[in-house]
Design a protein around this ligand. Structure first.
Ligand SMILES: Cc1ncc(COP(=O)(O)O)c(C=O)c1O
Length: 339
């Protein structure tokens, strides 16, 4: 079966660099913080044209801690697109705020900015699947859930901060969980850093209720090696995506600046299409089968997003990554041509 991602192949591609540096970190005894981790934070921020970054324990923590750094909490309402991985909503609930689900566009599965209510206290945007687009320009804190956006060519987000996931399957993925908060504002990042370190503003001075949320130094070699090859890997994904689009009836309009975190298409008979791929030895996945507003946990909010619901009926992701061989890409294209 051709998998959606092949993490062992990705490691093999970077093994020489990672394994040598990993041994150096292990032998150094410096497992928390340190210069290698500082380089990771700086390189991740640079990917989005931002000056400051801090590693945290996961993308979900990056969302939670950035919201808290903005001062968002109980009594606040946060606009969020109905279509994303549920962690985006979970972060809002975790800080005690209320999610306000905003339906997505009909042409691209991104928040319809014209539907953002005027009475919200903050907005989370989600460049889902690495797709970019116009951004809200509001006099409110805006957080970009950039979990799937690393490597995009859309330039620096206008948001006040970005939250990044370094989950292993992400285009730059840790060997385990990890995440980062990034911003042009050093103050936001200092607050996230303090919140992720027991709310300490100075050694043993606890000014706010924080937690333990840090990125381990052992992840640095894994991440730096993947950052070095990021541009070339994204370009390869774009070449493969262009071939798929030429073979497809149901391609979603792609922009050359999109990062192709996942290659997704819409198919009106998704189950039949997925079975056709499965019989041809190609894996597929549904991201996401349910809009976030329809999840049982937030059912009580009674919000409806019909466009997102339609996307959820038709979206399907197929393998599109740099570790596919040319014959594998040819094979997938041949299956798409007769789908
Ligand atoms: C859009 C989005 N937001 C948030 C997250 C949560 O990231 P993590 O799994 O690192 O906590 C993910 C991870 O899949 C994601 O895709």
């Amino acid at each position: 079966m051709i998998p959606l991602v092949d993490l062992a192949a990705r490691h093999a591609r970077h093994a020489a660099q990672i394994e040598t540096r990993l041994l150096q970190v292990l032998r150094s005894g410096r497992y928390m913080g340190g210069p290698e981790l500082a380089r990771v934070e700086q390189r991740l921020a640079q990917c989005f044209g931002l000056a400051h970054g801090v590693g945290v324990a996961s993308g979900t923590d990056a969302l939670i801690l950035a919201l808290r750094a903005f001062g968002i909490g109980p009594g606040h309402r946060v606009a969020v697109p109905a279509l994303s991985f549920f962690a985006t909503t979970e972060a809002i609930l975790f800080v005690g705020a209320t999610p306000v689900f905003v339906d997505v566009r009909a042409d691209r599965p991104l928040m319809d900015l014209s539907l953002i209510p005027s009475d919200v206290d903050a907005v989370i945007t989600v460049p889902l699947f690495g797709m970019g687009g116009p951004e809200p320009e509001l006099d409110l804190p805006v957080l970009c859930d950039a979990a799937q956006a690393i490597g995009w060519g859309w330039g620096t987000p206008k948001a006040d901060a970005c939250a990044l996931s370094l989950y292993p399957t992400k285009t730059v993925g840790a060997a385990g969980d990890g995440g980062a908060a990034l911003s042009a504002d050093a103050g936001v990042i200092a607050r996230v850093r303090a919140l992720g370190s027991h709310g300490m503003s100075a050694p043993h001075v606890h000014e706010s209720l924080g937690r333990n949320s840090r990125l381990d130094a052992l992840q640095a070699p894994v991440l730096l090696a993947q950052l070095d090859t990021l541009c070339a890997r994204i370009q390869r994904r774009q070449v493969i995506a262009t071939r798929y689009e030429a073979a497809l009836e149901h391609a979603i309009p792609r922009d050359s600046r999109d990062a192709v975190h996942h290659f997704v298409l819409r198919h009106p008979a998704r189950d039949v299409f997925r079975e056709h791929l499965r019989q041809g030895g190609v894996a597929s996945a549904v991201y996401y089968p349910t809009p976030m507003n329809d999840q049982p946990l937030v059912d009580y909010l009674n919000q409806s997003c019909p466009v997102a619901k339609q996307w959820c009926r038709e979206l399907v992701a197929i393998p599109c990554h740099e570790d596919l061989s040319e014959p594998q890409v040819d094979h997938i294209v041949s299956l798409l041509e007769c789908a």
